[in-house]
Design a protein around this ligand. Structure first.
Ligand code: FAD
Length: 397
């Protein structure tokens, strides 16, 4: 096997939203980067995940010149519904905080960013393996990997951006004794389906029900994305399509409203966890997105936090290359973690309010507290404004 050496300014590990968006912003400023991805292009473009973009994330994608399809095909939502048995209430975002959110699948964001990068002829290597990071405590860090043809390669860079998600190699490169982690594993999971059926609602419905939480989301005017709270030990094979539709119809029932079912094209169970690792920088290795933190999906924050990290990281790298100053790089971890903890709290709060304990361990006292919180948040303008400004996204730092 031969070893080829490639030289770049920023080595980006991971072609998820974080790595691709960072590569795009750097390219617009003429800063070289190579993006390494261990999956195929087809796999990355088909991975069904997030679907709600915060207002500041939409602004960032638009400024980065990858917002055309988002604005043409994405659905702007000016609110969400919160529901409990017998009642459904709308939270009006523009009225409460002057912002909105956009429903546009993460798959589409990723496709737009990959198209832009490949059209510009910039390096994005899929199907690599054996990724390893070296010498991040020096000013000449390296990433070694095996390319799609089985050739062992070395990428030499000024910086390594660890955008390789929760299971990547970047975070474990930071020695254990220098890292602090915080974690909350929730005692429930989401069973999600993607269905070829027009949404039965104009905006997302978050429903509390004694059987468990349910969410009606969507990906387009013809595709619905729906979730039910299940025990983390549940097996997806035990949930037939009919059983999922029945659970959804029960938990979201409202007089005068009905749920349209249709062919299910994807079904999976996602565990729920909050996780933060700090610092987000070690020497010349900088973490962004799920590589450093995970939130439960209830607050629709994961993809948006990845975009927020990337904006801060891009500005720090841009400042370094323009002025030679490391001030913003030195501040990167603290600046990013400020928003990370706000989103971590909001996601935990939404999750705690909407997911009742079920089965023999269910405590009716907790249920009453959740219902009281829901009634307060939908009746107090101050409480609904707090939800609205967190959900639509605080302005980026
Ligand atoms: C079911 C579900 C629903 C969600 N809903 C929402 C939502 O509504 N709103 C929201 O904002 N967020 C949501 N999220 C979270 C969101 O999808 C993630 O936060 C987002 O993908 C983070 O982007 P990222 O680029 O940091 O990481 P990732 O998307 O995980 O990308 C990391 C990339 O690195 C690659 N990689 C990993 N290891 C290596 C390696 N060793 N070498 C090279 N490449 C590597 C991976 O293949 C991947 O392509 C949801 C997540 C799930 C699972």
């Amino acid at each position: 096997m031969s070893t080829d050496v490639i030289r770049t300014q920023v080595a980006i590990i991971g072609a998820g939203p974080a790595g691709l968006l960072l590569g795009r912003l750097l390219a617009l400023q003429g800063i070289d980067a190579v993006i390494l991805e261990n999956r195929s292009r087809e796999y990355v473009e088909a991975r069904i995940r997030a679907g709600v973009l915060e207002h500041p994330a939409v602004d960032l994608l638009t400024e980065a010149g990858v917002g055309d399809r988002l604005h043409a095909e994405g659905l702007r939502h000016d609110g969400i519904y919160l529901q409990w048995p017998g009642e459904r209430h709308r939270i009006d975002f523009p009225k409460l905080c002057g912002r909105s959110v956009w429903v546009y699948g993460q798959t589409e964001v990723v496709k737009d960013l990959i198209d832009a990068r490949l059209e510009a002829g910039l390096p994005l290597l899929f199907d690599i393996s054996d990724t390893a990071i070296h010498d991040v405590e020096t000013d000449r860090p390296r990433v070694t990997f095996t390319d799609a043809d089985g050739v062992a390669r070395t990428l030499e860079a000024d910086f390594v951006a660890g955008c390789d998600g929760f299971h990547g190699v970047s975070r474990p490169t930071i020695p254990d004794h220098l890292r602090t982690t915080w974690e909350r594993v929730y005692p429930f999971a989401w069973l999600g389906i993607l269905a070829e059926v027009a949404p039965s609602t104009d905006e997302l419905i978050y429903a509390w029900h004694p059987d468990g939480f349910a969410l009606h989301s969507m990906r387009s005017t013809t595709r619905s994305r729906l979730y039910v709270q299940v025990d983390p030990s549940e097996k997806v094979e035990d949930w037939s399509d009919d059983r999922v539709w029945e659970a959804l119809a029960t938990r979201m029932a409202l007089p005068g409203w009905s749920l349209q079912s249709g062919p299910v094209i994807e079904k999976s169970i996602t565990p729920m966890r909050s996780f933060v690792s700090a610092p987000m920088r070690h020497g010349r290795l900088l973490l962004a997105g799920d590589a450093a933190h995970i939130v439960p999906p209830t607050g629709a924050k994961g993809l948006n936090l990845a975009a927020a990290d990337v904006k801060v990281l891009f500005e720090a790298l841009d400042s370094f290359y323009r002025t030679g100053s490391t001030a913003l790089l030195d501040a990167y971890s603290d600046t990013a973690l400020h928003r990370v903890w706000r989103a971590t709290h909001f996601s935990w709060w939404m999750t705690s309010m909407l997911h009742p304990a079920t089965g023999p361990g269910a405590d009716p006292f907790d249920h009453q507290l959740q219902l009281s919180q829901l009634k307060y948040v939908t009746s107090s303008e101050a409480a609904s404004a707090s939800l609205a400004e967190n959900y639509t996204g605080m302005p980026f730092a």
